[in-house]
Design a protein around this ligand. Structure first.
Ligand code: 5GP
Ligand code: MG
Length: 176
């Protein structure tokens, strides 16, 4: 059984996404950007953010990464799905749902940098800095949150609850 506590409402999210999109558009003024969403969690945020940008968006592409089973401590991962866009010489904006330890984004950033983009920036919907194990800092962040497990706005628990419009803390109760 799952219990939910509202953390951030759909209205608050929409307002903040617009604000961050304005900042991004102003920072990239005179340039264009390739938006790269990290599946699956960032699918809703990527769609909202891309539509709120006023700077030219060359394309929106997606990738999916996965940690090696049983090797979570090293943060090793593989591309389950790669982007089909050639990013060399491009301004890349990685769009992520949430940054926790920072392992995924640190590694992903390194791997995309090897493709010689003009620049890489990271935009996350949610950030849990208290959980960080490295020096990764997103360039843009909508909400800094405490160490709670959240669902909704694309984020899941075991594949579920991604479609929730609000972001909620989920607490799973064992069935007796
Ligand atoms: P990390 O930064 O630790 O490498 O991994 C971040 C990933 O862990 C996110 O992309 C997400 O898949 C998952 N994650 C971390 N915290 C949460 C959370 O509170 N809720 C959900 N649904 N996923 C989370
Ligand atoms: Mg993710």
């Amino acid at each position: 059984m799952a219990e939910f506590d509202l953390m951030i409402s759909a209205e608050e999210i929409a307002q903040k996404v617009d604000e961050v999109a304005k900042q991004i558009s102003s920072d990239y003024e005179g340039e264009s950007v390739v938006v790269v969403g990290v599946l699956t969690g960032a699918f809703i945020f990527t769609a909202d953010l891309a539509r709120a940008l006023t700077v030219p968006v060359e394309t929106v592409d997606f990738l999916q990464v996965s940690s090696y089973e049983g090797d979570k401590s090293t943060g090793n991962f593989i591309f389950k799905k790669d982007i089909s866009t050639d990013i060399s010489g491009k301004n890349v904006l990685i769009v992520e749902d949430i940054i926790d330890t920072g392992r995924t984004l640190k590694k992903l950033r390194e791997m995309l940098l090897m493709r010689n983009p003009k620049s890489i920036k990271i935009c996350t919907a949610f950030d849990k800095p208290s959980r960080r194990v490295n020096d990764l800092v997103p360039d843009y962040n909508c909400f800094t949150i405490p160490d709670e497990f959240i669902v909704g706005y694309g984020l899941d628990y075991d594949g579920k609850y991604r479609q929730f419009k609000d972001v909620k803390i989920v607490r799973i109760k064992d069935e007796q």
